[in-house]
Write a protein that binds this ligand. Sequence first.
Ligand SMILES: NC(=O)c1ccc[n+]([C@@H]2O[C@H](COP(=O)([O-])OP(=O)(O)OC[C@H]3O[C@@H](n4cnc5c(N)ncnc54)[C@H](O)[C@@H]3O)[C@@H](O)[C@H]2O)c1
Length: 300
Amino acid sequence: MRIGVVGAGLMGHGIALVFARAGHDVAIYDESPDALATVHRRVRENLQAMGLPLDAAERIALSPTLEGAVSDAAVVIEAAFEDLGVKRAVFREIEAAAPRDAIVATNTSVMTVGDVTAEARTPGRMLGTHWWNPPHLIPLVEVVQGERTDPAAVHEMLALLEGAGKSPVHVRRDVPGFVGNRLQHALWREAFALVDEGVCDAETVDRVVKQSFGLRLAVLGPIENADLVGLDMTEAIHRYLLPHLSRETVPSKTLTQHLQRGEMGMKSGQGMRSWSQEQADGVRTALAAHLLRLAAERRG
Ligand SMILES: NC(=O)c1ccc[n+]([C@@H]2O[C@H](COP(=O)([O-])OP(=O)(O)OC[C@H]3O[C@@H](n4cnc5c(N)ncnc54)[C@H](O)[C@@H]3O)[C@@H](O)[C@H]2O)c1
């Protein structure tokens, strides 16, 4: 199958890798020639780190125009900047240049399919595919059905992803953040609130997660966990605890104060925690090694 990818950044080149490895012909476009020029090197580095043959990279064609990447594609994945105006403009271009029956997916992290495709004339073939970073190592992809999405397009996308070795799930309602990012950011909201309220410091939040329930999460989801401990106990805990959890609807006070001081996290050496270059590199290396190990285990 021919797959077009628009946006060759962190996500786009990894998505291209996944489809190329599955034997599809991929064409990728980025408005930045520099980003496009590095695709083959980045894909080969990732294949090498995974211990896989490098020839899949040859199935990825670099296109200097958007039209060239999508004009004969059966499926197009948009992975441009997380900006509604940019996404709507890219969707307009894709809609004009891709075959009329091509499925068109946005890889937005949180925006609804309805928002991204509000101006589209052919919304039935448009949906969300929310891949996780790095796309070649994290199995899950959320396939998000918009109100105007044809269910047949959803099922085709689920089958394509399954065939490419991913673990796709069907998100039936078009809600901001889908499933994964709603859960993830519910946790982050509480994490920031605990620091805001002086309950503990940022290091302690991370240590509590990593050395307790975080260890279980890969084998025990929250609903399985509730069934495991018993719904009676879950209800008793929720009756007592839920009124005390954060219901804040704006970003945390501490987070905003850090940003006002120009403290953006690892990239500026200071965020909620302080980071030397060595410490930041250590986190990235440990994360990559962990995900590579799990991906190798899954491949057997
Ligand atoms: N980084 C993550 O962890 C992550 C995870 C899941 C989903 N996403 C989503 O994936 C999308 C891409 O994110 P990313 O992390 O790869 O960003 P990125 O900044 O690494 O890459 C985006 C690329 O899109 C290109 N681009 C921007 N406008 C364009 C246009 N009009 N036409 C063609 N190319 C254009 C940029 O030049 C850039 O190379 C975003 O919607 C993001 O929210 C990101």
